[in-house]
Design a protein around this ligand. Structure first.
Ligand code: AMP
Length: 542
């Protein structure tokens, strides 16, 4: 017997309709590439989004056509999020920090027919315009009076002209919820990026889960600032969760440095933010250097890479900002786990609670996870044994865009490529990427633990630990370190800092001090580059 409830498709456009009807006066604030602060409401957002959707349809593009963006976090990008998917087209947010060849590859692979871009990326778009095969229209996301006077881009359109060309009399089509809404590419460090095609349904279910109290905990009384870019896995779902909950949105545009972010936090009363550890490091350096305090910031989501315990401590103890550590992937829309406390943690000491927070957290409902050994046998959740992390769920990729079959799944589970432990309370802790694990004499050493210890040293700004070849043990840990400006620190002092914190044989064999550590397009350390450079370091110095 079937239930007798209404059947309403789960569509992203319904989030915007909800925000307009129930939170119409809530603000959306953006720092623009034009240099000023733009401010409007969900009512304005919804109206302009309908105009834009109508203009996109008028361009004569078929259903399901892909439309690319190269853009910062801002209100126009937000309008595109809703207009493109809501009108039955697919939004492909491309990471502009990728090499021009990879941007071209993605635009071609996605077969984008329109490419919207912020003016910051004009040189990039000029360099690829003659190469991208399927793009018929280029659209600059800028006010009309700031359109470039001359450019090599053929038939360049102005976003504001395009939007103004239509009125807002547009009804969102009743799409099938299984239809594709957005397309993101993994920032694969080896090989070509792979496309993950999210459906309206998966996006809506992910939004419900993301907004929950033990997830990102979004509400109508929040002012949310997604530092995580809208080109990095849908800004972790915040543009959707904000509409679902009626939160104020604050978009930082291109200003991701500590000073610009802090100013925006304070002037807009930001209560919650989200970003990768490297961004928060910049913010902490800024506030620590000038002795500043946050007046409204209550919590921040940190993910994308492991949150170093030293950063966690600084936010919690020095600034009263609660850290929500989260783990996810492009292939997971991205949320997999979020580190929220259970009742039993409330009475614990700050140190005990921070030890919990340093883990990547518990599975959000909708994602199931397990760890397995190399034979595929499930390992116990004892917090001791580490294994390959597998996931499945409502917003987990089943196959990559334009890839045949589901060959990469293992018995219906997606192998994340991460190595993790899960404790008896269900808290998952990533110990490494499987390709970054250090295999010393047949035993595994997790590089993240070693990095976290180094980053707790007061003279260390950043640390990465890699596997260096070793004549006796095959591989041994080598620490690559950037010191804080002006800090004096010797190899011996840093290695002594490990005493008593880990098993002696885990201690890195050597330290290389460098000026910078290479970061990828989403702020992760490019360990393969460090390995290329330093993997023979221990053999040379033996
Ligand atoms: P991406 O698809 O670019 O978001 O990258 C996903 C990968 O980032 C994961 O498979 C992890 O290796 C890493 N990652 C994401 N969040 C965390 C975290 N909180 N701690 C450690 N690694 C993380």
């Amino acid at each position: 017997m079937n239930g007798q409830m209404m059947q309403m498709p789960l569509l992203t456009s319904s989030l915007l309709v909800h925000a307009e009807r129930h939170h119409g006066d809530q603000q959306v604030v953006s720092r623009r590439v034009e240099g000023d602060i733009h401010r409007y409401t969900y009512t304005d957002l919804a109206r302009r989004t309908r105009q834009l959707a109508k203009a996109i349809v008028a361009l004569g593009l078929g259903d399901g056509v892909r439309i690319g963006t190269l853009a910062w976090n801002g209100y126009r990008h937000m309008e595109l999020y809703y207009a493109v998917s809501g009108a039955g087209r697919v939004l492909n947010t491309i990471n502009p920090r990728l090499h021009a060849d990879q941007v071209t590859y993605i635009a071609d692979h996605a077969e984008n027919q329109v490419l919207f871009f912020d003016l910051t990326f004009l040189p990039l778009v000029e360099s690829i315009a003659s190469r991208v095969k399927t793009v018929r229209h280029f659209v600059a996301m800028i006010d009309k009076d700031q359109m470039p006077a001359s450019t090599s881009i053929p038939n360049l359109l102005c976003y504001e002209d395009l939007t103004a060309s239509q009125d807002d009399q547009f009804t969102w089509p009743p799409l099938d919820e299984q239809e594709a809404a957005t397309l993101c590419y993994t920032s694969g460090t080896t090989g070509n990026p792979k496309g993950v095609l999210y459906s309206h349904r998966s996006t809506l279910l992910h939004t419900f889960a993301a907004a929950l109290p033990d997830s990102l905990n979004c509400s109508a009384s929040d002012a949310i600032l997604p530092v995580v870019p809208m080109f990095h896995v849908n800004a972790w779902g915040l543009p959707y969760a904000a509409c679902m909950t009626g939160a104020k949105l604050v978009f930082p545009g291109a200003g991701l440095d500590g000073k610009s972010l802090f100013e925006l936090f304070e002037s807009e009363g930001v209560t919650m933010a989200a970003g990768v550890p490297t961004v928060w490091q910049g913010l902490l350096n800024h506030v620590q250097g000038l002795g500043l305090k946050f007046s409204t910031m209550r919590r921040t989501v940190i993910g994308g890479s492991a949150c170093p315990p030293a950063m966690l401590r600084a936010f919690e103890e020095d600034y009263g900002v609660h850290v929500i550590h989260a783990w996810g992937m492009t292939e997971l829309s991205p949320l997999g786990t979020v580190c929220a406390f259970k009742a039993k943690h409330q009475a614990q000491t700050p140190e005990q609670r921070q030890a919990v927070q340093a883990k990547q957290g518990r599975a959000v409902f909708g994602v199931d996870m397990k760890i397995v050994n190399p034979d595929g046998d499930e390992l116990p959740c004892d917090g001791q044994q580490a294994g390959d992390l597998l996931v499945r769920g409502h917003w987990v990729v089943s196959r990559y865009f334009r890839e045949e079959g589901t060959g990469h799944l293992q018995d219906g589970w997606f192998p994340t490529g991460d190595v993790a432990k899960i404790d008896s309370d269900g808290y998952m802790q990533i110990t490494d990427r499987s390709k970054d694990v250090i295999k010393s004499g047949g035993e595994w050493i997790g590089s993240i633990d070693l990095e976290n210890i180094a980053m707790a040293h007061p003279s260390v700004m950043m640390a990465a630990c890699i596997a260096a070849k070793h004549s006796k043990w095959d591989e041994r840990p080598l620490l690559v370190v950037v010191k804080k400006p002006g800090a004096v620190l010797s190899r011996e002092e840093l290695l002594a800092f490990y005493d008593g914190k880990i098993a002696k044989w885990w201690t890195p064999d050597d330290v290389v001090f460098v000026d910078t550590i290479p970061l990828g397009a989403t702020g992760k350390v490019l360990k393969h580059r460090l390995r290329d450079q330093y993997e023979n370091h221990l053999l040379r110095s033996a």
